[in-house]
Design a protein. Structure first.
Length: 275
């Protein structure tokens, strides 16, 4: 299975099956909030498509969008929505590319962007879009990260000069911090996190350093409030916690880290609730 064990790839797929990316579409300064609609999109690894749903504002229940599921590449493993809620991007693990779609704000239906799918590295696993909506990043099992500029008018992807950028061994997850200045990638086999600065003008990545984690790290979200990074270590039954240096993007281990979890953690998320 192209270096990734079936055990850990399947575990990651399960978490992605349960991942619903919410899209509050149609909102702007002149649109009353009551007209907003929310949608959820799910990457279906084994059926090579994307399920789309409308979300009932009162109950949270999901209803399939007309035309769903929508065709993707082979073995879609990750799905994300850009900050403008106009475009959906999907990393297709076995077809080595990224599918891009426009979202119909009125229905939630997906239409393939002209030129989609866009080439990635070998076995792309995770895709994310930076907070500005200008750049997309994809981890490749070929030990690289592909970077793209996003055409704001069409959603099409164009490779950033210098892409793909070197990562550790078997990179899984990629995230961009809320400031849009730094990107972080978990490297499953080398058991570390690659940190990069992002060139605001071009989207290019410059390596900061590699920071060691527990054995076989999976996901690496950044808490939007505290700006800390957390890493789920799949074969170390723990979560590593780091403070992000606001000036450099470097990671400093939080006292007491790593913190014990159950067996085989693959995903972590943080939430702040007003009291």
């Amino acid at each position: 299975m192209n270096k990734l064990s079936k055990k850990h790839l399947f575990a990651g797929v399960l978490s992605l099956f349960m991942l619903a990316v919410l899209c509050g579409c149609g909102a702007d300064s002149t649109t009353p909030p009551t007209t907003n609609k929310s949608y959820a999109y799910v990457a279906n690894y084994s059926s090579n498509n994307i399920s789309a749903y409308t979300i009932n504002a009162a109950t949270g229940a999901l209803t399939a969008v007309v035309g769903s599921p929508f065709a993707a590449g082979t073995d879609p493993s990750s799905v994300t929505v850009d900050p403008s809620s106009k475009y959906v991007y999907v990393a297709n693990y076995s077809s080595n590319n990224v599918s891009a779609y426009t979202i119909n704000a009125a229905t939630g239906a997906l239409t393939a962007v002209v030129g989609s799918p866009f080439a990635a590295g070998s076995s792309p696993y995770s895709v994310t879009v930076d907070p500005s909506g200008k750049y997309a990043y994809v981890t490749n099992n070929s030990n690289t990260v592909s970077a793209y500029t996003i055409n704001a008018a069409t959603g099409a992807l164009t490779a950033v000069t210098g892409s793909p950028f070197a990562a550790g061994s078997n990179p899984y997850s990629v995230t961009v911090d809320p400031s849009g200045k730094y990107a972080y990638v978990t490297n499953f086999v080398s058991s570390n996190v690659s940190a990069y600065t992002i060139n605001a003008a071009t989207g290019a990545l410059t390596a900061v350093a590699w920071f060691y984690t527990g054995l076989h790290p999976y996901s690496v979200p950044v808490d939007p409030a505290r700006k800390d990074a957390y890493v789920a270590n799949a074969d170390f039954s723990s979560v590593s916690a780091y403070i992000i240096n606001a000036d450099t993007g470097a990671l400093t281990t939080v006292a007491g880290s790593p913190f014990a979890t159950g067996e085989g953690p693959v995903s972590v998320v943080t939430v702040r609730i007003a009291q």
